[in-house]
Design a protein around this ligand. Structure first.
Ligand SMILES: [Zn+2]
Length: 108
């Protein structure tokens, strides 16, 4: 935890058994990603998912892992990322939940 954030989020883009790209959440802002959250706050950081999506090809799998200070935490992609995940043609998303186990979303 060297970056001072509450958690680390890592996204892994897979094509078959091959890891195409790994990305992490960064606090660097980008105007394109400015958004308003449901609680009224705004944020413009690039999510880990967004870091790897530009390398995605239709049919790829996206894995998102979130590490809290002490344990794994829910890493389900937010609605904003889900939109871009669909646009990228991702077919399967795996993410860690707060129990540290994997959950899966399949996109048709
Ligand atoms: Zn997101």
């Amino acid at each position: 935890m060297s970056n001072g954030r509450e958690y680390h989020l890592t996204a892994i883009l897979r094509r078959g058994k091959k890891v195409v790209r790994m990305g992490a959440n960064v606090s660097k802002t980008h105007p394109r990603f400015t958004r308003t959250y449901s609680d009224g706050t705004t944020g413009s950081h690039m999510h880990a998912e967004m870091n790897v999506l530009r390398f995605a090809e239709p049919g790829d799998t996206l894995e998102v892992m979130r590490f809290g200070k002490l344990k794994m935490a829910m890493a389900k992609p937010c609605e904003h990322c889900m939109h871009h995940i669909r646009l990228a043609g991702i077919k399967k998303i795996r993410y860690t939940n707060s129990r540290g186990t994997w959950e899966e979303i399949r996109i048709r």
